[in-house]
Design a protein around this ligand. Sequence first.
Ligand SMILES: [Fe+2]
Ligand SMILES: [Fe+2]
Length: 331
Amino acid sequence: MRAYMYVRPALAMCGRRALSNTSSASCSAVPSTLVHAALSVLNTPDPAAKAQLSQMHARQWLSGQITAIRPDDSETKLQPPDEPARGECPPIVSSGDMPRVKDLAKAQHMLFYMHSIAHVELSAINLSWDTVARYACLAPQLPREFFADFIRVADDESRHFLMLSSRLRELGSFYGAFPAHALIVQTLQNSCGHDWQALLRRLVLGQLSQEARGLDAGPRLANRLQGAGDNVSANIVAQIAHEEIEHVRIGLDWFLFCCAQLQIQDPMLEFQETAISLSNPGAFSPPFNHERRMLAGLQPEWYEPVAEALQQRLAALPPLRNHQLKQPQKP
Ligand SMILES: [Fe+2]
Ligand SMILES: [Fe+2]
C-alpha cells in the first residue's frame, strides 16, 4: 500500500502563510458588542489569526471593554455566516474520504492524530463564537453568565489550537498538512435557528456529543503519545483533555437551563431523542471514559442508550453498497 504524504508544496505554502499572519490580531479596535466580536472571529479565514482574535476579544470582555451583548434593534440584521470563514488549507473532505491511518507512513501517524485534534479545536472556536452570536437574541432571558461561559470556552479552544499548531511545527509539520472533516457544518445546519429549541440542539450536538467524545479520545491519545516517547505532545494533549471536562459541564448546565425554559419534564429523554435523531454513530461509539464523563456530570444512563440505538440503526441499514462493492460485476 502506498504511504500517503500530505506535505505538498501548495500546502506547505499554506503553512508559511499562516505563520506570516500571526500578528494580524494585534489590531486593538474594541467591538461595540459581543455579536460584533463574534462576527469578526467567524469572518476571519486564517486559522492563527482567528485564534488570536478570539483570545483578544475574550480579554476585552473580561476586562470590561466589551459590555453589551447584542446591538440595538436597528442592527438586528447582523447574523453569523452560514459557514465560518476558512483558509485554503486544510482541504475539507467527507468522512469517507479522510485518509486512513494505516495508509499513512508510520512517522505520520501521531502527526495525523494531533492534526485532527487541532482541527477539532479550530472548529470549536468557530462553534463557540457562533453560539454567542446566534443566541444573543435570547438575551436577557439567556443571562450574561451564558455568554461569559462560552467566551471562556472560546478562549480555551483558541489556546488549545495555538498549542497544537505550535507543536506540529516543532515536529516538522503544520496545521493544514492533512485533510480535515466538515463536522462543524453539520452541527451548524442542525442548530441554525435562533430559538431555545435550536440552542438545545446545539448543546446536545456540540458540548454533549462532540466535546464529550474528546473526553474519551483525549486521554487515549495522550497515553499513545507517551508510549511513543513524545512526552511534550502527550502533556499538551493531556492538558487539553483535562480542560475539556469543564466545557462538557458547561454544556450540560445550559442544556438543563434550556429544558427548564421549554418546560421539558425529562431532560435525559430529551437529550437521548435529540442525539439519536441527529447524531452519527461515531459520535457515541464506545469505549467511553465513564470517569471523565461523570466528572462533567454526564451519567452513563444518558449516553449508553444513545450508543445502542445508533448502533442498531446502523445494523438495520441495508448492506447494499458494501455488497455491491465486494461482489465482482458479471460481464
Ligand atoms: Fe479544546
Ligand atoms: Fe472544548
